[in-house]
Design a protein around this ligand. Structure first.
Ligand code: 5GP
Ligand code: MN
Length: 312
């Protein structure tokens, strides 16, 4: 399949690299890493993400400023990174070949070619391994992108997905020029006061259910306004609530600017939250998943989610 993918890339004139809306580090890191590899081979590509305000936290990744939120007129090959569902790209299906590179358990295999490894810790690990086995040179900029994606999707090597292979891949990324301290400093030591204030308001909103095994908190548009925090400043909150000692399931509601509710789900030990998210037409991984809904009654929604979780 690697050779088939590379053949498509060699034949294509207008390549677009895309990732899911409200991108995380893996979505941006894997697409930008690939962009840097193509660039060093003298091949041009267009990096697309439908989200207008990208998380500035990732602005140190080479090529970040090149990401566009408008889809180009010409595209004969679209490569999708870290996206489990075609709808999440925010693109109309046109006459292009579609390659889907991902690691989500809930991936719907929407591509003409699907390179989906659900055992991989990050999409960047899937891309990195492909490039390695094709013997394609990965430079420092690309390595930093792939490494940043890997640390973001493994919680800096702390999630269940972390095993010897993850450390082996990380080590190969460092061999290729990734700088762990540079990446860590940029990702973890540049918080804004608005983000901290938003965290504080979120903590005030927390409620616990079922003997403290379920935590549920929310972020409203008013809270964003009050603190000056960005949409991407809410991305760590669901994990934060899960970190409470008694919590197995953490639920986060984010009120979007269009009034819809974005739901994030995290579990600690045994609940498969991707199954819960699928019931609400979302998706994700075993311990991290999400969906969007028009349901405004959060009390009702919480009850529905708790019922699906099976926690008695
Ligand atoms: P988050 O809660 O941080 O937005 O997302 C957690 C995980 O679930 C990520 O892997 C993300 O890609 C996936 N996810 C979140 N929301 C949705 C959704 O609406 N649909 C699908 N298919 N996956 C989602
Ligand atoms: Mn990912």
């Amino acid at each position: 399949m690697f050779k088939e993918i590379w053949q498509e890339i060699e034949n294509a004139k207008h390549i677009v690299l895309a990732s899911h809306k409200n991108p995380d580090g893996d979505a941006l890191g894997s697409s930008l890493g690939f962009y840097n590899v193509l660039k060093s081979l003298g091949k041009n590509a267009y990096v697309f993400n439908v989200t207008k305000q990208l998380p500035p936290k990732f602005d140190f990744l080479e090529g970040f400023s090149k990401i566009k939120s408008n889809f180009p007129l010409k595209c004969d090959l679209l490569i999708s990174f870290d996206c489990g569902h075609f709808d999440r790209l925010g693109i109309d299906r046109r006459d292009f070949t579609l390659i889907n590179i991902d690691h989500h358990k809930s991936n719907t295999l929407f591509g003409d070619i699907n390179l989906v490894d659900t055992l991989a810790a990050s999409s960047s690990a899937v891309v990195f391994e492909m490039l390695n086995s094709l013997n394609i040179k990965i430079g420092r900029d690309a390595a930093n992108c792939f490494y940043a994606a890997l640390v973001e999707d493994t919680g800096f090597f702390s999630y269940e997905s972390v095993n010897k292979e993850v450390f082996d891949i990380a080590s190969k990324m460092v061999d290729a020029g990734a700088d762990p301290f540079f990446v860590a400093k940029n990702l973890r030591e540049r918080n804004s006061l608005g983000r901290m204030r938003l965290t504080s308001l979120f903590i005030d909103s927390l409620k616990l259910y079922k003997n403290g095994t379920i935590a549920c908190g929310r972020v409203t548009q008013e809270m964003f306004k009050k603190t000056g925090a960005l949409r991407s400043d809410a991305e760590h909150l669901c994990n934060l609530a899960r970190s409470l000692a008694t919590v197995e399931l953490s639920i986060l509601y984010i009120e979007e600017s269009n009034g819809r509710i974005k739901v994030s789900l995290r579990s600690k030990n045994f609940i498969d939250v991707s199954k819960i998210a699928l019931k609400f037409n979302g998706g994700g991984h075993k311990r991290s998943a999400g969906f969007e809904t028009d349901e405004k009654d959060l009390y009702l929604l919480t009850r529905k989610i708790i019922r699906e979780s099976g926690i008695l």
